[in-house]
Design a protein around this ligand. Structure first.
Ligand code: GKR
Ligand code: MG
Length: 425
């Protein structure tokens, strides 16, 4: 089998004004969609975070891969390795490396393609399902009013249920509890993650305590301040949350600081910021910086790399969860296949999908039942990309004027002069 064409399409998807340590989400989240077409006309799809740097790298990679065999992933890896340029994760909550994302986009699309060519779902190519349903967590954000996209910061007065809650501001514990209730009523999630790092730490601790009060001790809770707290702040906040949090995600920056917080508290620490690549694993072992690693096939470099990470976690006694950024259904399907094939993925996965609420390029958006996704049984990723929707999302990308994620600039529109600080409290 040979790769005949590779199409790369930048898209913009409406995204509400969600707050995080780096600022505010813009009205559109950017994604890159990759379609790899084989000589016999089969298409495989992949999706990664958008941005011009990633697009340029993908274009370079695409030229090199034409004529290669999508089954021969080791040869594809070697070709990509020869093109890759050094890049760094950066201090933002999201991973800014380019080439791991490129590897992931290509690998996922190749799996989709070969799965379709042999009539088997991707999960089977990864060793087969160890679970039929993949559970996800409710992912809460402090936010301003508005649903993003064309609705901007405005309101659609006719909306009800989650659609209305998705537009509402949530700037205090009561707002977060209301957001959780609406999201869970619609999707049935059975655990909750709160994105912190936005307000002074006690306000965020109070939001977690309000969630505990509203949902009781059976509901697992997580808090993620995206590494902008000092060690003393994180320990003081953590003491109030012992026995309350399922895990405490990246309260502080760097493996050494994480290890110091871990030693002081009786809560497992989790990360998608200090241990994010194979080069970080020796430090993780030496420092004992976290108890749980959040995998993410987008920035660990694909499915096979994520399964290697899972084996590391099993061997070194780390728990394993799954991270997300704003995404569409191609990424969600890929996450679900990977999660279904990972025996030691023991926590509900993150997903931003409810924040996109139906704005997807799939012919049939994926549906959570009781907080979980059932794997689509069709070959490959089991999804069907609607080319009209893809074209509309691309037109939006061209119109929206955004080319890279920049939450700081977006935040300055609301709070002039606001600056991202890598450690704030
Ligand atoms: O979407 O604002 C966001 C999050 O802060 C995201 O960018 C992070 O990568 O979800 C993420 C996390 O768990 O750190
Ligand atoms: Mg995180």
């Amino acid at each position: 089998m040979k790769i005949r064409n590779i199409h790369i399409t930048p898209v913009a998807v409406p995204d509400p004004p969600l707050l995080n340590a780096a600022g505010l989400h813009a009205p559109y989240a950017l994604r890159l969609i990759i379609e790899i077409v084989s000589a016999d006309g089969i298409s495989g799809w992949g999706e990664i975070p958008g941005g011009e740097a990633a697009r340029a790298a993908l274009e370079t990679a695409a030229e090199r891969l034409i004529g290669m065999d999508p089954w021969r992933l080791n040869a594809i890896d070697a070709a990509l390795e020869s093109l890759a340029r050094p890049d760094a994760r950066g201090a933002t909550p999201w991973d800014q490396r380019t080439w791991v994302h490129v590897r992931s986009a290509i690998e996922v699309a190749c799996y989709d393609l070969v799965g379709k060519s042999v009539g088997r779902p991707v999960v089977d190519l990864l060793g087969g399902a160890v679970r039929e349903r993949v559970p996800f967590a409710a992912y809460l954000f402090f936010k301003h009013a508005g649903a993003g996209g064309e609705l901007g910061f405005g309101r659609d007065e006719a909306a009800s249920g989650w659609a209305a809650a998705r537009q509402r501001a949530a700037l205090d514990p009561a707002g977060i509890v209301a957001q959780a209730q609406a999201m869970i009523a619609r999707y049935g999630f059975q655990s909750i993650k709160l994105k912190g790092g936005v307000f002074e730490p006690q306000a965020e601790v109070n939001a977690i305590l309000a969630l505990r009060e509203a949902f009781g001790p059976e509901m697992p809770l997580r808090l993620d301040p995206n590494a902008i707290w000092r060690v003393d702040t994180a320990i003081a906040a953590g003491r109030q949350l012992e026995g309350v949090l399922e895990y405490y995600e990246d309260p502080v920056r760097g493996q050494e600081n994480m290890a110091a917080v871990a030693r002081a508290l009786k809560i497992p620490l989790a990360t998608n910021m200090c241990t994010t690549s194979f080069d970080d694993l020796p430090g993780s072992v030496a420092q004992q910086s976290e108890a749980i690693i959040l995998s993410d096939h987008h920035f660990w470099g694909g499915f096979r790399a994520s399964l290697d990470l899972a084996r590391f976690c099993a061997a070194f006694g780390r728990g394993l969860s799954m991270h997300s950024n704003s995404h569409l259904g191609i990424s969600l399907a890929a996450m679900a296949h990977l999660a279904a094939a990972t025996p030691n993925l023991t926590y509900d996965c993150d997903t931003h999908y409810p924040w996109q609420d139906g704005h997807d390029l799939l012919a049939t958006p994926l549906k959570f039942e009781a907080g979980a996704l059932e794997l689509p049984g069709a070959p490959g990723l089991g999804i069907d990309v609607n080319r009209d929707k893809l074209a509309q999302m691309h037109a939006r990308y061209l119109d929206c004027g955004l080319t890279e994620r920049d939450d700081e600039t977006e935040m300055q529109k609301v709070e002039p002069g606001w600056r991202f600080q890598s450690t704030r409290w």
